[in-house]
Design a protein around this ligand. Structure first.
Ligand SMILES: Cc1cc2nc3c(=O)[nH]c(=O)nc-3n(C[C@H](O)[C@H](O)[C@H](O)COP(=O)(O)OP(=O)(O)OC[C@H]3O[C@@H](n4cnc5c(N)ncnc54)[C@H](O)[C@@H]3O)c2cc1C
Ligand code: FES
Length: 273
């Protein structure tokens, strides 16, 4: 059993959990994720390792409440336990060879870019960071990023914080002033595709993180497949990070919506309704 050691609400429907998982912490790297089973008999749900502390033996996950399992998790409090936690899974982020990185997150994508920002800070090449959301109340981890980033820029659709517009508006003006070796962009598929379309003609390497639907998380079931450079790849083991200029986003977007109709009318076996 893995005890919840910390719980903090960060934004509307976004909660940060610190969970005791010493064996996972020992091997955790930026870009990796865990799979949780919240209660016995529950489904397997993947979450990015947003942070980890060797001292405390805890991993931090930032969870957006969207459905049954994330709702069940949101009911848990400090001192409660998570039934099971498996990880670290996935291939760690490769930050080698870059000295000027731009990290970009839409919404919960901050969970992926925060450990990257921390690692870059620790090696003395702090990144520029762009955070985007619909409005100011959905921006979180701003202070955490300011502690480890070279500069933090914010874009909100309604202009309630930072630039009014999309992350691509901010990136568009940053690339006029500074040459980046690489952009790491994490968020909704449409956002990652838009960033890739912006950086492709500029020849800036762009890495995205594919949050495909996952089941086993070990490359066995095929659920998380994505097409990259015309080849089938499994986000859980080959990724979740891939060269965004080679990802087939049309297919990924269509696969993400594949079961939308069934999901609307389905009876949940966990809830019975
Ligand atoms: C590698 C990876 C890292 C992720 N990291 C985070 C994170 O740090 N924070 C966060 O809030 N969310 C993260 N997610 C998404 C998270 O796993 C889903 O939001 C969660 O599984 C939803 O479960 P639910 O029962 O609450 O909702 P449901 O009602 O079951 O699903 C709501 C939506 O969540 C997505 N989803 C559902 N089940 C899965 C699954 N097994 N795998 C992937 N997506 C699923 C689907 O788009 C679905 O339509 C990550 C997903 C992946 C693949
Ligand atoms: S989740 Fe099964 S192959 Fe990736």
């Amino acid at each position: 059993m893995n005890e919840i050691r910390g719980k903090r609400t960060l934004a509307e429907n976004v909660i940060e959990y610190e969970i005791a998982a010493p064996s996972i912490v020992r091997n955790a790297r930026p870009g990796q994720f865990v799979i949780l089973i919240v209660d016995e008999g529950g489904e397997r749900v993947p979450f990015t390792i947003a942070d980890f502390s060797a001292e405390k033996g805890t991993v931090t996950v930032l969870v957006q409440t969207v459905g049954y399992s994330t709702m069940a998790l949101s009911q848990k409090n400090v001192g409660d336990s998570i039934f099971a936690i498996v990880g670290p899974l996935g291939t760690p982020t490769d930050l080698s060879g870059y000295s000027n990185i731009l990290l970009v997150a839409g919404g919960i994508g901050s969970a992926v870019i925060f450990p990257q920002a921390k690692a870059l800070f620790q090696r003395g090449t702090a990144a520029d960071v762009v955070l985007g959301a619909r409005n100011a109340s959905l921006i979180f981890y701003e202070e955490e990023f300011r502690r480890v980033a070279n500069a933090v820029y914010i874009a909100t659709n309604d202009g309630s914080m930072g630039v009014k517009g999309f992350v691509t508006d901010v990136i568009g003006s940053l690339v006029q002033k500074k040459r980046y070796d690489a952009v790491f962009a994490v968020g909704p598929l449409a956002m990652m595709r838009a960033v890739c379309e912006l950086t492709r003609p500029l020849g800036i390497k762009t890495v995205v993180s594919m949050n495909s639907m996952m089941v086993d998380g070990t490359g066995m079931c095929g659920c998380c497949r994505v097409t990259v450079d015309g080849k089938v790849r499994y986000a859980c083991v080959d990724g979740p990070e891939f060269d965004g200029h080679l990802v087939d986003f049309d297919e990924a977007i269509s696969r993400a919506a594949f079961y939308a109709e069934q999901e609307r009318g389905h009876v949940c076996r966990l809830k019975g309704v």
